[in-house]
Design a protein around this ligand. Structure first.
Ligand code: NAD
Length: 256
């Protein structure tokens, strides 16, 4: 379905971003990977799916590096057809204790980077009259949780950016939508399980159970593969007129 299309997925060396990149690659899309840590492993996994893969290590908190990545992707593949804004970090502290530097980093990586990639990707998408922007928000783009002020503010912000981008592109073949996962067991969430286990003296298993029980009625993690399939749906012809939605896949979290 996505043969001859190119998808750039930010923060795709791990977790949800890698899951989405794999799902798009299974549909034939060439992939531009981004993110830190091991690059060769994810690159090889994607290449094994028979698509072309390249990597740019832009730091999503740095607009000049984002610009360089977008230029690199356009030069390498002609155009970015599918942009998945996924890179994200978390920091947990009360508002009055929240380190200012961490606030700035969360807003830059989880929100402003999507503005920069989108503004740079949109002209070519408009010219081709086809494009997909998928913003990985969170259930925290819909509801709040204590001690996550920067994250919740950034995720509500990206849901707003999604709506405005969708409105501005509504008469065109470009769509913009957001995915709002509940708990997904990636390194980002394992850190929160570890913090809970340490603070309360719990085993990993019990801390995981308590984390789910607090928020997620299904008592079940959403998987990167499931989120990848939702991204594939947003790229499909059936989703041509799905515009500006914030679609939660959260085990019932936001339904409460
Ligand atoms: P993860 O930690 O597994 O992956 C994060 C990715 O972002 C990695 O590839 C990392 O290298 C990259 N990254 C981090 N900082 C970066 C920077 N400055 N520049 C470029 N890349 C950077 O986390 P994840 O759980 O897969 O999270 C991915 C997205 O999904 C995030 O936006 C997160 O907020 C969102 N999300 C996660 C969950 C969850 O339960 N895990 C739930 C809802 C939303």
């Amino acid at each position: 379905m996505l043969k001859n299309k190119t998808a750039l997925v930010t923060g795709s060396t791990s977790g949800i971003g890698l899951g989405i990149a794999k799902a798009l690659a299974r549909q034939g899309a060439n992939i531009v990977l981004n993110g830190f840590g091991d690059v060769e492993g994810p690159k090889a996994e994607l290449a094994a799916l028979g698509v072309q893969v390249d990597y740019h290590g832009a730091d999503m908190s740095k607009p000049a590096e984002i610009e360089d990545m977008m230029t690199f992707a356009a030069r390498r593949f002609g155009r970015v057809d599918i942009l998945v804004n996924n890179a994200g970090i978390q920091h947990v502290a009360r508002v009055e204790d929240f380190p200012v530097e961490r606030w700035d980093a969360v807003i830059a990586i989880n929100l402003s980077s999507a503005f920069h990639t989108s503004r740079l990707a949109l002209p070519a998408m408009r010219a081709a009259n086809w494009g997909r922007i998928i913003n990985v928000a969170s259930v925290h783009g819909l509801v709040g949780s204590a001690e996550k002020s920067a994250y919740v503010a950034a995720k509500h912000g990206i849901v707003g950016l999604t709506k405005v981008t969708a409105l501005e592109t509504a008469p065109t073949g470009v769509t913009c939508n957001a995915i709002c996962p509940g708990w997904v067991l990636t390194p980002l969430v394992q850190q929160q399980v570890d913090a809970k286990a340490q603070a309360l003296g719990l085993s990993n298993e019990e801390a995981t159970r308590q984390l789910l029980a607090e928020k997620e009625p299904s008592m079940q993690f959403t998987t990167p593969d499931e989120l990848g399939e939702l991204a594939v749906f947003f790229c499909s012809p059936a989703a041509n007129n799905v515009r500006g939605v914030a679609w939660n896949m959260d085990g019932g979290w936001a339904a409460q």
